[in-house]
Design a protein around this ligand. Structure first.
Ligand SMILES: Nc1ncnc2c1ncn2[C@@H]1O[C@H](COP(=O)(O)OP(=O)(O)OP(=O)(O)O)[C@@H](O)[C@H]1O
Ligand SMILES: [Mg+2]
Length: 252
């Protein structure tokens, strides 16, 4: 792959004496949607949380290898970890809006980047809420607490908050699993749109979703990468027996 956005080499992660990620080698293309698939417990969430250096918050974690973003290693570096994390927005399985108003949830992202003027904030907040198709639903109640929104709306709000930090990469861990079908579809369509400007890494269990929006697919099993490739090759012509079995629904 030419100029991958993220390149992982010989990544190994232990939690205590458990070997969770085993010699992971992976390339993630820039401004595309990469989907990570694999049965429960295979290490998808751990891999995602290692990309933005959240895994190391577990004091039991031992991490070796390199993760290069645009060529520079983000694991073995003196760079401030908060600067590294700011390059990536993380969308979790359930929305975690901050305990504040709808407006302030998005303003929070902007304020930590140092922009404070009310007029500027108002404009940007409208921009990000429009970007996630939420503006029309919330424009008359921006001061309401975010918790008053439906789960699907909250997830879109969290996406808006993430975008406001101006990341290059969006990491999403089963972001639609708590959502109704309409909200899920909205998020999927949004991801496709965002992929022209952002690198997206999406963990999902939903094969239909993967087939629908993936450009690139990574399949994991028991902490190892079994197969990776373009979505077309992966779904139409999988090489490994394990991949074939998974695609046929023989194990989850
Ligand atoms: N904080 C932790 N401490 C110890 N072990 C952990 C920790 N987090 C995850 N694990 C273990 O790491 C392995 C991978 O877990 P992970 O959550 O990454 O899997 P997953 O592929 O995301 O599964 P799922 O599809 O169910 O979300 C599991 O065996 C899990 O028990
Ligand atoms: Mg998980």
């Amino acid at each position: 792959m030419e100029n991958p956005k993220i390149k992982i080499e010989n990544l190994n992660l232990h939690f205590g004496n458990q070997h969770i990620l085993k010699d992971v080698n992976l390339e993630i293309p820039k401004n595309k949607i990469t989907v990570i698939l694999g049965p429960s417990g295979c290490g998808k969430t751990t891999l995602l949380r290692t990309l933005n250096r959240l895994s190391e918050l577990n004091t039991e974690a031992k991490i070796k290898g390199t993760i290069r973003i645009d060529g520079s290693d983000i694991l073995n570096t003196n760079e401030d970890v908060t600067v590294i994390r700011k390059k990536m927005g993380l969308l979790a399985q359930r929305p975690y809006p901050l305990p504040m108003s709808i407006y302030n949830n998005v303003a929070y992202g902007l304020k930590i980047s140092g922009r404070q003027k009310k007029k500027y904030l108002d404009k940007r907040i409208e921009h990000y809420l429009r970007q996630v198709n939420l503006w029309d639903e919330v424009k008359d109640r921006l001061k309401d607490p975010a918790s008053a929104l439906s789960i699907g709306q909250q997830q879109r709000l969290c996406l808006a908050r993430g975008l406001a930090v101006d990341p290059q990469i969006i990491l999403a861990d089963e972001p639609t699993s708590a959502l109704d079908p309409i909200s899920s579809q909205m998020i999927e369509e949004k991801f496709v749109e965002l992929s022209s400007n952002y690198t997206l890494v999406l963990v999902t269990h939903i094969l239909r979703q993967a087939r629908h929006i993936a450009d690139h697919v990574v399949f994991m099993y028991l902490g190892e990468i079994v197969e990776q490739g373009s979505a077309k090759d992966f779904f139409e012509n999988p090489q490994q027996e394990r991949t074939k079995a998974y695609l046929q629904g023989q194990f989850y």
